[in-house]
Design a protein around this ligand. Structure first.
Ligand SMILES: [Mn+2]
Length: 240
């Protein structure tokens, strides 16, 4: 059984989400063969040298799960895009590039965090390009932790105000970008998070090829996960 989660947005001031995550790791996750975390596990990530208690607790919890034999994979989101190889090694999880292709029960599947698909949000895409630049990242990571914390706080406030000014279709994926991306990879199933709009969307590619886009939910008020078994697929909470 393969399990997928995203957008937990774990934060020091949200112990309720950490408690939900702890329960999930003890129950469903312990039964899985593989657990894929598709980004935004953390509300913010300032660098692998961050000494916050939350990061240490998550590393211990994930390593404990890995030691039970569950294979762990992590793809960076737009909040934790600075999570690096050092921290991944502490968690005993492998880093995945965004996008990446895996085979699930013989079905090739494209995995993404999802922010790359939101191409109508031009300001965000510009920031994304800038902040994925190795020189920008090295410069950011060379600053003292306190300065990085202050920057992240300002960035979160700016992002909140930016999001609140945008129509909801701008902050969602662009349908053409989704189709183009799937066609480019020659793949008919996509799993992503980021938009916090859990759903299973039937889509049609060129030459009437049917495809599916599965969107994972966030963890603000409940556990959200996708389970894939040979018998089928279940998305929780069930999309309304
Ligand atoms: Mn995100």
């Amino acid at each position: 059984m393969d399990l997928f989660i995203a957008d937990l947005h774990l934060a020091e001031d949200r112990p309720d989400i950490s408690a939900r995550f702890e329960a999930f790791l003890h129950d469903q996750a312990a039964e899985a063969r593989r657990l894929f975390i598709l980004g935004d596990l953390f509300e913010a990530w300032l660098g692998d040298d961050d000494d916050a208690a939350l990061a240490a607790w998550v590393a211990d919890s994930l390593r404990t799960l890995a030691d039970k034999g569950v294979e762990l994979f992590f793809m960076r989101g737009n909040r934790d895009f600075l999570l690096g190889g050092d921290y991944a090694a502490r968690c005993h999880m492998r880093l995945l590039p965004d996008p990446c292709v895996i085979t699930l029960e013989t079905h090739p599947t494209l995995l993404m965090h999802g922010d790359l698909l939101c191409t109508d949000d031009l300001a965000y895409q510009a920031f994304r390009r800038q902040s994925r630049d190795p020189v920008w990242q090295a410069n950011f990571l060379s600053q003292p932790l306190a300065a990085r914390r202050a920057f992240a706080q300002r960035a979160r406030e700016a992002s909140k105000s930016h999001q609140s000014q945008l129509a909801s279709h701008i902050t969602d994926v662009n349908a053409d970008t989704v189709r183009r991306t799937l066609q480019q990879f020659g793949i008919t199933r996509l799993i992503h998070g980021h938009t916090h709009r859990p759903a299973r969307h039937r889509i049609t590619l060129d030459d009437a090829v049917p495809a599916e886009r599965i969107v994972l939910g966030d963890w603000y008020t409940q556990q959200s996960s996708l389970t894939i078994r040979a018998e089928g697929l279940s998305l929780l909470p069930t999309p309304t």
